[in-house]
Write a protein that binds this ligand. Structure first.
Ligand code: BF8
Length: 699
């Protein structure tokens, strides 16, 4: 029998050759008695023993999540991690086509019944996923644009224009009159027009990129909705069977996602709800307060949440005494949570993977859901535990079925937003009074983590303007040129149950980047998991309480703090991880990159910048990835989309597309290898710009 060391070596070779992934490596090693592994990902001893990735640091899953996971198990609640082990298959589902009734064609080796090659089948699946992701963001845009229109025509009075200056700037960019109705109609036309390039794209993308997209045949010639419809049309039986054509269509959907989805959402939400400013907030499940009535606002469109803020304030001020109840604690979840934390300083109760755990506290009276990223399992969690949380869905496209005492659908009408919010407050209050069982309440006695948030493009510019008055862009560019900041990496997207240790990839990747003087900008669930690991808090001035940070970056973040003492307390620095908002706020990242490129007089793909989504799970991340590639960015994904069955598609995505747009995909789950690669890219781009480069370090 082979010795243990030989077995381990063999497994290591299989891993190095990509025959097994990290999870399989650890599981096999465990089965062979080579490492101590536990039955479930969260009941771990919270370290990674001799992991093939782990070269420098011990990784501990945050204790609040561990405690709530264990509590959920006691209550009989199945979590996302449990289901992951039960129902998932190996990542690659092969070239499987479910599109017509000649099939289904499973794991096609060469051709399906219709004659489509496996390359074509893989493309169809990828394009379908991309279209769904783009549809999600355009759906978000459509809903928020309707509210702006209603304000403009006077039919909606529950929201106001909070940022008229931004409305004016947007109107100028779109080439329409400066009023809510005109801006909304221009945007609605961008979404629906059967002819013409959306005005938002023309206003926001750099001319050089627009010309490139024109030359390469992906510029939008219709509004967002017809583009998505045509993508679906191209997938119908007997339609597109041209690999390159389909992949370019996916690139085109990246533009739909950005300019008919994310930008619209960010711009209008800023106009209606205010441009985010610096906020100090609390994160993680222990923001749920066992001594209060807790309401979780969950989803992506912050319209209901905004009204709830006002309704809860009123309740806490005028009514809780009258009803003889505690105050209400309004907390956020997923991107709706990020929107309200950025604008109101609300605490953040959890990310995509923590939703059942919030229910397991037994202290959530009400979970209000708008659209996207709500796991239907929340209903099951209430059912299995017998807890009292009431779940209210509010969008006709996002209902969840279940017993009526647990889940109810109440369609949101923005014309009656205030009444709607007050009704939800009443439901939470009644549920608390009638059904809260104090003996079932469990919230870990662990302080929530701290997070510095609120870096809209405007706020970032203001902060940098304090560093170099009159030249905010120069303040950042100068630090890149002198090498204190080696480059900028946008780390975005979700957290995945695929990773054995919750948050491991994201946290370790970020730590590696900042250690090497790379400035990290963040949107989405990666930001809040980073906060759980202390990466978003205000560091002590000497960074003694903060993970290792490169000397250049440290100096920059101290200077920023010194020049912004009206908002950053004495004795503190600013963290080198800048939170720019929810996933739709990826649009803010492009605004910053465009400003840097303009300032330096270079193309975006020449900037020492890159993108990374180490733990993406949502379809929305796929068109975002294509958009990043369209912009010319090197784009890292922690897991591959389901394309591994086609070498040709893999080659196109990871190599050929670079010759077209300057950007390409790179897939790597190991955070250390990923960070290394991202730093190589940044250093190479520095060298190409004639800046000092550490390229030699990377061989
Ligand atoms: O848009 S990061 S899990 S919450 S998809 Fe969803 Fe992913 Fe979280 Fe928001 Ni974004």
């Amino acid at each position: 029998m082979a010795k243990k060391s030989e077995l381990l070596e063999r497994l290591q070779q299989m891993y190095d050759k990509g025959k097994i992934n990290r999870r399989q490596f650890i599981q096999l090693a465990s089965a062979a008695g080579l490492v101590s592994l536990l039955p479930s990902s969260l009941k771990a001893d919270q370290t990674i023993p001799n992991s093939p990735y782990q070269t420098e640091r011990e990784f501990k899953i945050n204790q609040t999540t561990i405690d709530m996971y264990n509590r959920a198990k006691e209550l009989g609640i199945e979590t996302v991690w449990d289901r992951y082990s039960q129902v998932t298959t190996p990542k690659d589902a092969g070239a499987t086509c479910l599109m017509c009734q000649q099939g289904p064609c499973f794991k096609v080796k060469t051709k399906g019944v219709c004659g489509a090659s496996k390359d074509v089948i893989v493309c169809k699946n990828l394009l379908g996923e991309t279209a769904r992701g783009a549809a999600a963001h355009v759906g978000h845009a459509r809903r928020i644009a309707k509210i702006l229109k209603g304000i403009g025509d006077g039919s909606i009075t529950n929201y106001q224009i909070k940022h008229p200056k931004k409305l004016e700037t947007l109107a100028q960019g779109l080439g329409c009159s400066n009023n809510a109705k005109q801006v909304a109609e221009t945007i609605q036309n961008d979404l629906s027009s059967l002819d013409g390039t959306p005005k938002m794209l023309q206003a926001k993308a750099l001319p050089e990129r627009q010309q490139k997209w024109q030359e390469k045949g992906i510029i939008l010639k219709n509004g967002g909705c017809p583009e998505i419809m045509e993508a679906e049309n191209s997938l119908a039986m007997g339609m597109d069977a041209d690999v390159e054509n389909m992949l370019k269509r996916a690139c085109r959907l990246g533009l739909v996602d950005a300019y008919c989805g994310m930008y619209v959402a960010t711009q209008i939400q800023d106009i209606l709800l205010g441009v985010p400013e610096i906020q100090y907030i609390k994160t993680n499940l222990s923001v749920i307060d066992k001594n209060k009535i807790n309401i979780v606002v969950h989803g992506h469109i912050p319209a209901i949440a905004e009204s709830m803020v006002a309704a809860v304030e009123m309740y806490n001020k005028d009514w809780h005494g009258f009803y003889n109840t505690p105050e209400i604690n309004l907390v956020g979840m997923c991107c709706t949570g990020m929107e309200v934390l950025m604008r109101h300083g609300l605490s953040y109760a959890g990310d995509i993977l923590q939703q059942e755990l919030a229910i397991a506290t037994g202290a959530v009276e009400l979970m209000v859901v708008d659209i996207q990223c709500t796991q239907p399992a929340v209903v099951e969690a209430v059912k299995a535990s017998g807890l009292h949380t009431k779940i209210i869905t509010t969008d006709p496209e996002a209902k969840i079925e279940g017993p009526e005492e647990i889940v109810e659908h109440k369609e949101f009408d923005p014309k009656k937003a205030n009444e709607f919010a007050q009704d939800l407050v009443r439901i939470a209050k009644d549920n608390y009074k009638q059904n809260r069982d104090k003996y079932k309440v469990f919230v870990p006695n662990i302080e929530p983590t701290e997070m510095l948030a609120g870096f809209s493009t405007e706020t970032l510019a203001k902060v940098l303007d304090n560093v170099k008055p009159g030249d905010p862009c120069g303040a950042l560019v100068g630090q890149i040129q002198n090498g204190n900041i080696r480059g900028v990496v946008a780390v975005i997207g979700c957290v995945t149950p695929r990773e054995l240790y919750y948050g491991y990839r994201t946290v370790e990747l970020i730590k590696e980047l900042i250690k090497n003087d790379v400035l990290v900008v963040l949107t989405g669930c990666v930001a809040t998991i980073a906060s759980y690991h202390g990466l978003m808090k205000l560091p002590e001035y000497d960074f003694s309480d903060y993970p290792e940070v490169g000397p250049g970056l440290k100096a920059v973040m101290r200077t920023i703090a010194d020049k912004n003492r009206s908002t950053v307390p004495d004795g503190k620095a600013v963290p080198p991880c800048i939170f720019m908002g929810a996933c739709v706020d990826n649009s803010r990242i492009e605004e910053v990159l465009n400003a840097l490129a303009n300032y330096l007089g270079v193309r975006i793909d020449q900037l020492p910048a890159a993108g990374s989504s180490p733990e993406y799970i949502a379809e929305k991340a796929v068109p975002i990835g294509f958009w990043a590639v369209d912009l010319g960015l090197f784009t890292h994904l922690g897991d591959p989309p389901n394309v591994l069955a086609s070498d040709r598609v893999v080659q196109w995505l990871t190599q050929d597309v670079e010759k077209i747009f300057g950007g390409k995909f790179y897939v790597q789950s190991d955070p250390y290898k990923s960070a290394q690669k991202l730093m190589e890219v940044v250093e190479k781009k520095r060298a190409n710009l004639g800046l000092d480069s550490r390229s030699s370090l990377f061989g």
